[in-house]
Design a protein around this ligand. Sequence first.
Ligand SMILES: [Zn+2]
Length: 257
Amino acid sequence: MTLIGNTPFKEPDKTNNKPPTSIPTDGSQWGYDLYPDRRSGQETSNSVTNYLTGKGKENLDKIRCERNVYRCIKESPLVKLMMGALKASGCAIDIRRHISCEDCAPTVSGGYDPIMNQVVICQNTARKVGLVQAVLTHEMVHMFDFCRNNLDFKNLDHLACTEIRAANLAHCSFVSAFLNGDASFFYIKEAHQNCVKNKALSSVIAARDVSKEEAMIAIDRVFDRCYADLEPIGRRIRRNSTDIDKAYEEGFYYGYG
Ligand SMILES: [Zn+2]
């Protein structure tokens, strides 16, 4: 998911000449309503007082989240690969500057904030290391696209493209492994494409003011080109290499909805 809306200000409706609808002031047009810590300014206090006044749970969530992030950066082949690719593209990640553990709305696990150039890990919902890895990999695909491609998150086609790529690289890569040996190649191919389309669709509509139909049309429009673009993972890790097997065995790809 990305935090910025495709239509920050509603265009006038030219069909019946209505004036633009009012601009929300709470940040919801950017998806910030799902990330309250983004909107209100960060609270970073870890003091003992917080433990005594009921802020303790949030702090424990943050500590666990940061520990999981650290473990992924040390151990996860895909997170390490994405970090290497970002560095090679001139967008090196500084963990303290570019990754932030925060409380979010219960419906999201993570996000990418292109204005702050930060990956958000939702400490209250992404509680397991496998999910943290999936979120990190997914959001780093957005960060990579933003770094490499002059991505415009306000453009629905651009947004659809980066969500297709994130779904393809971070979520649906191993769909074929779940299928029995008797599944035909064409069935596997179709199941995989459906996985990517469904995941991209849910990401696009999750925090955007677009209809399912608009999102699906945009996804179909850019699908072939963006689905085929496997940078930076496809070029660097061959299918069935030991790194992929390791990531898969560790179950890192389950549960990121
Ligand atoms: Zn996304």
